[in-house]
Design a protein around this ligand. Structure first.
Ligand SMILES: NC(=O)c1ccc[n+]([C@@H]2O[C@H](COP(=O)([O-])OP(=O)(O)OC[C@H]3O[C@@H](n4cnc5c(N)ncnc54)[C@H](O)[C@@H]3O)[C@@H](O)[C@H]2O)c1
Length: 460
């Protein structure tokens, strides 16, 4: 069994002094003659994935489909049971991969982290949320990386893929490994490669989405590139793990800023009496220099509402500001409140107070065709309406239950048309969401900006 060497735990803070965000040049020498294969018969598994969630599971399946022996590790037995029982939220193509993998001896699931020592490559894919104060919660990532370091052994590639602050790969993997005597680039290979999975969307296969990777040393980058190339057509190697970490932050901050801008244009168009989607659709005809983002009730999931806060948190340490990003995140955070205010106004126009009103929220997942409720604006909207005395129900073909924000749980209404809503809030439009009945609803608040115009429909 694997050695379980305890190592000195280094404090993982954002890198650099309080004055500077510049990262230190790696202090470890380049290795020569070390094993650089990830399909190494000395190891039982080619790749171990730590964290078999929304991202880790499809990643594990894609790597397994490329012919690698994969170990899927998760500390949650409940999550492993969901995977084994094939109840995980996956694209149809991945569901097929999973049913094949579960019958294949080259795919193994376990909660025993000591098995990490038997994998040639280890890919860390655990959540990196923010807490209720929007401060990065690094506890899960630190714990996962500590396990990886504990069980690390010579010749392994250790790759972080969770979205995180710049310097994490060095702070949480490279330095503790070096303290244990495993020098990155010589004894082990350490890299960062951001995940780019887009849950619920199958327009791009895992293999077709290019991967960015940066090693702690050039040799680390080369070994990581080799692993990724086995299951991805294009791998873009950047000069350092720091650059790869920042790449993910710029990707998701770009989305956040543009969603905030689309929301702002929606409000502007409303005031100027035009349909924002007419404007965005028209601008989208420009073949260069414009990329369409659509307004909505806010953002959810574990990326856009969280990732830019990792950057802002890190900047605060260096006493730096990023006003554009800060404004965008504030705008996004305030959006569910705008939905509640608009609902209040629609009800008031119909001589109805919020207290006692029956409000149906149609679609609560944070985006179409997923069951993920994390950070969904719907949760804040439901909680606020209930706090104001409304009777709130929801209907969502993907989500059976949703928290009501007051310690209770709501169950999805099977027949929303028969529930007798005074107001329907269209929050998430799944592909199979039935919309015809909305024509007969007393009032509809469309937060998707996509419903056809009608007398009973108000745009957010
Ligand atoms: N969900 C997305 O759309 C998406 C897309 C790209 C990148 N990401 C990033 O990928 C990372 C993972 O996100 P996710 O949505 O897959 O998270 P998730 O919550 O769906 O899954 C994470 C899994 O990790 C497990 N886990 C937690 N601690 C562990 C440990 N110490 N050892 C082993 N397993 C552990 C949990 O039990 C859970 O099953 C995050 O950093 C996220 O920002 C997410």
């Amino acid at each position: 069994m694997a050695p379980n060497t305890k190592v000195k735990t280094l404090k993982a803070e954002p890198s650099g002094s309080s004055q500077s965000l510049h990262t230190q040049a790696p202090a470890w020498p380049e290795g020569a003659g070390t094993r650089t294969t990830t399909q190494d018969q000395a190891f039982t598994f080619d790749v171990a994935i730590v964290g078999m969630g929304y991202v880790g599971l499809p990643t594990a399946l894609a790597i397994n489909a490329s012919g690698r022996r994969v170990l899927g590790l998760d500390v949650s037995d409940a999550r492993l049971a969901v995977i084994r029982e094939q109840r995980a939220d996956l694209l149809d193509s991945d569901k097929e991969r999973l049913s094949n993998a579960l019958l294949d001896p080259t795919f193994m699931l376990s909660s025993d982290l000591s098995l990490l020592a038997h994998a040639a490559a280890v890919v860390v894919c655990v959540p990196t949320p923010v807490d209720e104060y929007l401060v990065p919660d690094l506890g899960i990532l630190r714990a996962a990386c500590a396990s990886v370091v504990d069980f690390a052994t010579t010749g392994q590639l250790l790759m972080l893929t969770s979205t995180t602050y710049v310097g994490s790969t060095r702070d949480l993997l490279a330095l503790p490994l070096a303290a244990k005597g495993l020098i990155p680039g010589r004894d082990v290979f350490v890299a960062f490669s951001p995940e780019r999975i887009n849950p619920g969307v199958d327009s791009f296969s895992h293999e077709d989405v290019p991967r960015v990777v940066g090693g702690v040393t050039p040799a680390c980058g080369e070994v990581a590139e080799r692993l990724l190339s086995a299951s991805t057509k294009l791998v873009h190697v950047v000069p350092s793990a720091d650059v790869a970490e920042m790449t993910k932050l710029v990707e998701n901050t770009f989305r956040a800023v543009n969603i905030a801008l689309a929301n702002e244009f929606a409000d502007i168009c409303h005031e100027l009496n035009m349909e924002v989607m007419d404007v965005i659709d028209a601008a989208s005809t420009k073949p260069y220099g414009f990329m369409a983002f659509t307004p909505g009730p806010g953002v959810g999931g574990h990326c856009i509402p969280c990732d830019p806060h990792y950057l802002l948190w890190q900047l605060r340490k260096a006493r730096l500001t990023a006003p554009v990003i800060e404004q965008a995140m504030a705008g996004i955070a305030g959006r569910p409140h705008q939905v509640v205010e608009k609902a209040r106004r629609i009800l008031s126009d119909r001589n109805h107070g919020v207290a006692g009103a029956r409000v149906m929220v149609l679609g609560v997942a944070y985006k179409p065709d997923v069951e993920d409720l994390r950070e969904s604006p719907a949760l804040e909207i439901i909680a606020a309406l209930i706090a104001d005395g409304a009777e709130v129900a929801f209907s969502d073909p993907w989500c059976r239950t949703a928290p009501d924000g007051h310690g209770g749980t709501l169950e999805s209404e099977q027949s929303p048309a028969d529930w007798g809503a005074d107001l329907v809030i269209l929050h998430t439009r799944h592909s199979q969401t039935e919309l015809d009945w909305l024509a007969g609803a007393p009032a509809v608040l469309d937060t998707t900006y996509r419903l056809p115009k009608a007398d009973n429909v108000t745009r957010l």
